[in-house]
Ligand binder design. Structure first.
Ligand code: SAH
Ligand code: SF4
Ligand code: F3S
Length: 435
């Protein structure tokens, strides 16, 4: 018996799929196989924007035929969409062939839901909120040499556009001792990059241990590994955190700091709790202490009532904050959020025009910054082999992807390479040596 997992959404969800795989293996499923060959198919869904939901709907719908042909095939749907208020009904009506629906708070229960399915036609299990911070699931990691470690679950920020607080519940921090144990174990197993995960890592708290203190503890774990963390909310990004980043070589000088907009009025409507100026002060604080640091971001265009001038403030922020790269999104109304009730929706035509201009602006920045790398030596952590290009790939400490050829398998090794060409965030070059 084998499984197939389809994952949508953020790193948090990718990591959760590793936990789902671990649970499936613990109840006798052997390995991940292509969708058509699987005995159980699990959809780990996302509902952050409408198109994420539409993808899932399309792909779940396409399984109707397979389900009819293959007796005993189990189809399970979990994740943020399953947890969305009212969505279970929609899922059941649209796809009566779904066997199991589970939410974001009861992942650990999946094994018993599969057991229940043997005697029940359809199993649905959703909790209002997460009960414990430990889900007991032993992840089956698929991202070697990188490993994700949750430090918080949920979010309390209620940005007005965002569905996450409704589908992931209130923010809860895992205990520092448990996190440290997990990291020590991963380093011992040979993982070379640890990424601490939370919707807003900066609000982590376990007794006296806040995020800078936790980061310092993790960075002090012995071993040869890189340390990253995401996501940082600008309102909570502090000088103490910068000091910890500066002190420890293991912590990459790479910060994902979602700005969302360059306009203070729009930021207020988004309930982000910082102004454009305050955002730029945080950027300046980081660059003053660590001049080589790179910042990546998330940006939304066409939030309700956004004017052309306000959009242009987002364009100018890209230049002023000197983002290395950015994820850019068209605002997507999410039922149940504050912004979905706001007047002043921006037309699709204007939204598309703005996103096109923003993408061009971000790309131009990325290109200019990457070109400076040509002729330089960098060290990448090799993470994969790209069949299409016939090249190995890995990230340099500031997040750019380096491609190189090698006769030996380098996955999991730190490789020095000389950059000969840049294309967007990708750098191409020759391997010099392996560490
Ligand atoms: N917790 C993180 C990211 C959460 S979701 C943070 O606070 O930054 C990832 C990104 O999706 C957000 O940063 C935002 O840019 C985008 N996003 C969230 N809701 C959205 C919506 N309704 N429409 C468009 N983009 C959205
Ligand atoms: Fe959503 Fe805001 Fe929480 Fe991020 S901080 S998950 S954008 S509500
Ligand atoms: Fe992540 Fe999407 Fe849920 S971005 S937290 S999987 S809504």
């Amino acid at each position: 018996m084998n499984y197939h997992i389809v994952t949508y959404g953020c790193q948090m969800n990718l990591h959760e799929s590793e936990k789902i795989a671990g649970i499936l293996r613990s109840v006798g499923y052997e390995k991940e196989v292509p969708l058509e060959e699987a005995d159980i198919i699990v959809f780990n869904t996302c509902c952050i924007r409408e198109n994420a939901e539409n993808h899932a709907f399309g792909n779940i719908g396409a399984l109707k035929k397979l389900k009819r042909q293959k007796k005993g095939l189990i189809i399970a749907v979990g994740g943020c969409m399953a947890q969305e208020p009212g969505k279970v009904k929609v899922l059941q009506e649209k796809f009566p062939f779904i066997d199991i629906i589970f939410g974001t708070h009861n992942l650990a229960e999946l094994a018993s839901l599969i057991e229940r399915k043997k005697s029940e036609k359809r199993v649905v299990s959703l909790y209002e909120d997460r009960r414990e911070t430990e889900d007991g699931a032993q992840p089956c990691r698929t991202s070697y040499p990188n490993a994700w470690v949750n430090i918080t679950y949920g979010c309390n920020n209620f940005c007005t556009y965002c569905i996450v607080p409704y589908v992931r519940g209130r923010e809860k921090s895992r205990s520092a001792a448990v996190i440290l144990d997990e990291v020590r174990g991963l380093v011992k197993e040979g993982y070379k990059e640890i990424t601490l995960l939370g919707q807003n890592v900066n609000s982590y708290r376990d007794g006296d241990v806040d995020f800078p203190a936790l980061l310092e503890m993790v960075a002090s774990v012995e071993g040869n590994f890189r340390l990253r963390f995401m996501t940082s909310h600008p309102k909570d990004f502090s000088a103490r955190l910068v000091a910890v980043m500066k002190k420890h070589d293991k912590i990459l000088n790479l910060l994902h700091l979602p700005a969302q907009s360059g306009s203070t009025r729009i930021l207020r409507l988004m309930n982000r709790r910082y102004t454009r100026e305050e955002y730029l002060e945080k950027v300046a604080l980081l660059k003053r202490e660590i001049p080589e640091a790179e910042i990546t971001t998330d940006l939304i265009v066409a939030f309700p009532t956004e004017t052309e001038e306000e959009f242009e403030e987002t364009l100018s922020l890209v230049k002023e904050a000197d983002f290395a790269s950015a994820f850019t999104f068209i605002y997507s109304p999410r039922t149940g959020t504050e912004a979905a009730k706001m007047e002043g929706r921006i037309s699709d035509e204007v939204a598309k025009d703005r996103i096109t201009r923003l993408v061009a602006c971000v790309n131009e920045n990325t290109r200019r910054k990457s070109e400076k790398y040509v002729g330089r030596e960098i060290e990448v952590l090799c993470e994969d082999f790209d069949e299409k290009r016939g090249l190995y790939l890995g990230r340099e400490p500031l997040g750019r992807m380096g491609y190189f050829s090698s006769d030996t398998n380098c996955i999991g090794e730190f490789v020095r390479m000389k950059v000969t060409r840049a294309n967007g965030v990708s750098l191409y070059g020759d391997k010099i040596e392996t560490r």
